[in-house]
Design a protein around this ligand. Sequence first.
Ligand SMILES: [Zn+2]
Length: 232
Amino acid sequence: MKHQEIMLNTLIKENKLNGFSEEEIGDDHIYTGLETPMKPDAFKISDEVKKDKIADLFSQIMDVMGLDLEDDSLKGTPNRVAKMYIDEIFSGLNPANKPKVALFDNKYQYNQMLVEKNITFYSNCEHHFVPIIGKAHIAYISSGKVIGLSKLNRIVQYFAKRPQVQERLTNQIAAELRQILETEDVAVIIDAKHLCVSSRGIKDDTSATVTSFYGGVFNTTSKIAELQNYLN
Ligand SMILES: [Zn+2]
């Protein structure tokens, strides 16, 4: 094997790309881990400083594309994009924005599955930065504790508001629920449309992507069938 090939193979192994190029990883939406890859110093600068930097950089992108930033319609865009990134669509990157969840005793003694279905979410594909639009369905069986129903919704929204891949979004929601609810008996199903598949690239407007996590007792044929029955 030539020196260059060895170097390349080492690089690929170290980057855990499993023999795929970065380009292929991105276009085939392969993901590399449960945690969102973040720099250790991700929160050393404030949100306000981040917005200033993003606005400046985004105006440079617009300028390179030849857009006239003096135009009345365009001049506010860099600031709007910066504010939207930090305060809205990528606000789930910041752990400070994680929903605070209180647990309650399961006073109703309800011990069957609870299903919260059709939770609409908007996320963004981390490979193309275009929207992922979908519905999440969540189910759990109480281990003695319950949480408010709207919190299930908020947990989905928090993890959706990041640059994402659907598999990671599914697993991050499941991991959070298992931890909060102190049980493995958790299921998450996500059915979503990726605009990077429908509006560009392969341009398939009708396909959708479904991912699932079945933990604990949900990982049995009978529970999966029961859950599917509630979802249909
Ligand atoms: Zn994409």
